[in-house]
Design a protein around this ligand. Structure first.
Ligand code: IPE
Ligand code: IPE
Ligand code: MG
Length: 241
């Protein structure tokens, strides 16, 4: 059987806190270890010629965590962007950030802008970080963009295509991986995951390895994607439902 193409992988990187707890360490230790997993998996996806990788790093609901944890996470993002940027650029990775970034500190916003600008012409893996991102926010944001662009009157309807092309990420992931054992979307790309294959791994994000990634890809290879029809449909040819 020929291999199915896999262009876009999305990941809910869950389990950092539990990983640290199991070692009697503070949760921040788990988050720092989680960054090393990101580095590993980004490189592995580049090698496997995955076109696009979207990582859920901070949800719109994660503001409900204690202030201290939120501060640790945001500082870690800023430091990690600056630490890994040169290496990512060398590896031809094109960085993008999605979510409501307007609430972040000037420093974090500057790091984000710098990372996007530096890697804008890169032609390798497209790497999207979702921070302060929620799937519901994405849809509302899309609708607001449409309203602001169009002059509305009673005769104008918003179409599926309008909403789709104004989302922060327009390509639907082929495969979603969630680590940490939970089997839920936690408000991650609600629209884009409509027909995505879902893979849940029990291992915690800091333990997620290249081998685990290959296991997820193997799972994907065994799926028969029908998009509502009775036969397998090549997702490259499928231009949305
Ligand atoms: C995922 O790990 C990272 C973020 C949500 C930022 P968690 O922090 O949710 O770890 P657990 O689920 O508590 O173990
Ligand atoms: C989902 O993990 C969000 C990220 C990985 C960024 P959570 O740990 O926040 O999800 P819930 O609260 O268990 O649904
Ligand atoms: Mg969690």
């Amino acid at each position: 059987m020929s291999k199915k193409s896999i262009n876009h992988i999305s990941i809910i990187m869950d389990g950092n806190g539990r990983w640290a707890n199991m070692r009697n360490m503070p949760r921040a230790f788990g988050h720092r270890e989680g960054i090393k997993s990101i580095d590993k998996i980004v490189k592995a996806c580049s090698v496997r010629q995955i076109t696009q990788l979207t990582l859920f790093a901070f949800s719109s609901e994660n503001w409900n965590r204690p202030d201290y944890e939120v501060r640790v996470l945001l500082k870690l993002f800023e430091d990690s962007i600056n630490k890994y940027l040169i290496d990512l650029n060398k590896n031809n990775v094109k960085l993008n950030f999605v979510g409501d970034l307007s609430v972040f500190s000037k420093n974090l916003q500057a790091s984000v802008k710098n990372a996007i600008n530096l890697t804008i012409s890169n032609t390798g893996l497209k790497l999207n970080f979702a921070i302060n991102y929620g799937g519901k926010w994405d849809i509302v944001n899309s609708v607001n963009k449409i309203i602001n662009e169009k002059k509305f009157n009673d005769k104008t309807n918003i179409t599926l295509e309008d909403i789709e092309k104004n989302l922060s990420i327009t390509d639907a992931p082929d495969l979603l991986i969630r680590t940490g054992g939970e089997r839920r979307l936690s408000n991650f790309m609600l629209w884009q995951h409509a027909y995505t294959e879902l893979y849940f791994a029990d291992c915690l994000w800091p333990d997620f390895s290249e081998k685990e990634l290959d296991r997820a890809i193997e799972f994907y290879q065994d799926r028969i994607r029908k998009f509502g029809s009775l036969i397998e449909v090549n997702s490259d040819l499928k231009k949305d439902a």
